[in-house]
Design a protein around this ligand. Structure first.
Ligand SMILES: Cc1cc2nc3c(=O)[nH]c(=O)nc-3n(C[C@H](O)[C@H](O)[C@H](O)COP(=O)(O)OP(=O)(O)OC[C@H]3O[C@@H](n4cnc5c(N)ncnc54)[C@H](O)[C@@H]3O)c2cc1C
Length: 500
């Protein structure tokens, strides 16, 4: 066993870990960052990079922002936690700018849930400028910026080093360090001041999804880092922490996950001659409505409650995107640009450049990821769907395209483009997760709280692990939280008196 000692151990090197490490180090603490993956960045570095924040920093606005945070928490976030967060959030833009960041913002954009008290205080959206020559930046640019500051500060980072356990005093419950594994060797790293858990979500852990997420029987995949396996949840439970916001899940738009790759691509066909069908070959939803960040019940999660003696069945799973030659020719069926001007480095597969989707989808047809057939009936045979039913579904949809009216599902007229040009194609769809919000319950200064509402001594958290956000999530706030909660936890941890 190797033994080390520092002031602060940061577990996980995504956005929150980078900021917490930087803030603590700037205050004189000796910090080490331990990262499980072979590459730094986590989901932060594969994200779209949009950050939401309040403009202006007067005290009235901070009060309103705190009120809004409390309202979004639906009873789970107290006033003090919200106020400390709001104060740090009000300084987020200037924190970034002081280190040389350039924020590109379209200007004031209203926050969702505008009927909640204080909603108008959260009025700005921005991305960082691109470091790779695009008009806008993305998460890869944000993480490059943050990790650049960590490197400049000379903070030690160990990659390929999963933390497995917290070291805790059995009597005082004080956290004294961590046990990690590096190059096949157990390493004990003692922390004189604190351990900060910034180890992301649990979207890459099917067992935890099955436990905490009601919809999990439907196959799911992360669209961000597959290293988000909820290790923090296990370590925090072991240390006596309370949990919160475990039911806060941000769904991505309909997705496709090839068996060979660790994460899902987001589907975004460039032509509209496509429909979704379930395993019975029937349409089941208005394809106009994106699943991205949706807070409604998604039709793919429908469960056919059969009562005593009945079977467990999810009628809309599996589900497919069925399209014709027009859509195939229009470009990659996956999302290659999140918005005009943004780089293609979004989602784990794209940002890590694990695979380049072919411009005409030809490579993916050859691989068998996309099934191809000359007729709808033949296509049905290749996807295990009833041929006669699928043929009728396509015929009915094509009739909607003629009448410009989709009475059953309400797809908008301008998107009613007939599926009439062979060959025909099918890709099996997947629900993918942008991020989870759950983890250890966080106190006002980033402390991890125990089940009695008392902070576990010398244990902190930041970012998506135990996020302040729950069910109501105003988009762009997880990245802001990386910075805000990283600042709060890093500063408070650094101010601790060293253990003797
Ligand atoms: C495709 C996509 C787009 C998104 N777009 C946006 C957006 O535009 N705006 C927004 O606000 N949010 C967005 N999000 C969500 C946001 O990116 C994340 O919530 C946020 O980046 C999480 O940051 P984090 O630092 O908490 O976790 P991460 O960045 O995921 O970092 C956690 C790190 O901890 C490591 N780790 C895990 N377990 C251990 C262990 N046992 N030991 C050591 N290390 C460990 C992981 O490998 C990982 O590197 C997006 C997410 C995705 C996937």
């Amino acid at each position: 066993m190797i033994n080390r000692e520092v002031d602060i151990v940061v577990v996980g090197y995504g956005g929150a870990g980078a900021v917490a490490a930087l803030e603590a180090s700037k205050r004189g603490a000796k910090v080490i960052v331990l990262e499980k993956a072979p590459k730094a960045g986590g989901s932060t570095s594969v994200s779209t990079g949009i950050m939401r924040y309040p403009s202006g920093i007067d005290s009235a606005k901070i009060r309103k922002l705190a009120e809004y945070i409390v309202a979004l928490g639906l009873g789970s976030v107290d006033g003090e936690t919200a106020t400390v967060f709001a104060e740090a959030w009000a300084g987020m833009a200037s924190w970034l700018v002081q280190y040389g960041a350039r924020l590109i913002s379209p200007g004031s954009i209203p926050s969702p849930y505008s009927n909640l008290p204080g909603a108008d205080s959260l009025d700005m959206l921005a991305v960082l400028e691109s470091r790779e020559g695009y008009p806008l930046g993305c998460g890869r640019d944000l993480f490059a910026f943050l990790s650049g500051l960590v490197t400049k500060q000379d903070i030690e980072v160990m990659l390929n080093t999963p933390v497995q356990k917290l070291i805790q005093d059995p009597i005082t419950k004080e956290i004294k360090g961590v046990i990690a594994e590096s190059e096949g060797q157990k390493t004990r790293i003692l922390a004189k001041k604190a351990v900060i858990l910034t180890c992301g979500g649990f979207e890459g852990n099917p067992e935890m999804l099955a436990t905490y997420v009601e919809e999990a029987p439907i196959e799911m995949s992360p669209s961000g880092t597959p290293y988000a396996t909820g290790d923090g949840v296990q370590m925090a439970i072991d240390a006596g922490a309370d949990l919160w916001h475990m039911n806060g899940i941000e769904w991505a738009t309909q997705s496709f996950k090839p068996p060979e790759l660790p994460a899902a691509f987001w589907l975004s066909p460039k032509e509209q001659s496509w429909i979704n069908v379930n395993g019975y070959g029937r349409r089941f939803r208005n394809e106009d409505e994106s699943y991205g960040h949706a807070k409604k019940h998604l039709e793919v999660f429908n469960f056919a409650h059969a009562g005593i003696g009945g079977e467990a069945s999810w009628p809309n799973s599996p589900w497919y995107m069925i399209f014709d030659e027009k859509t195939r020719r229009a470009g990659p069926i996956i999302m290659t640009q999140r918005m005009p001007g943004s780089p293609p480095f979004i989602t784990y597969n794209c940002a890590q450049e694990l695979y380049t989707w072919s411009p005409d989808n030809g490579k993916e047809i050859e691989k068998g990821w996309i099934k191809q057939a000359d007729t709808i009936v033949e296509l049905a045979g290749k996807t295990n769907v009833d041929g006669a039913v699928l043929q009728k579904t396509v015929a009915d949809y094509n009739n909607c395209c003629v009448s410009r009216l989709d009475q059953e599902f309400g797809r908008s007229a301008r998107k009613l483009i007939a599926l009439d040009t062979p060959p025909y194609y099918a890709a099996e769809c997947m629900v993918s997760i942008i991020n989870t919000q759950g983890g250890a319950k966080r106190g006002p200064y980033g402390q991890v709280m125990n089940v009695w509402g008392v902070a576990i001594p010398r244990l902190y958290s930041g970012g998506e692990f135990g996020s302040i956000w729950s069910f109501l999530y105003p988009g762009g706030c997880n990245l802001s939280e990386c910075i805000v909660s990283g600042i709060i936890a890093g500063r408070h941890a650094a101010a601790q008196k060293p253990r003797v």
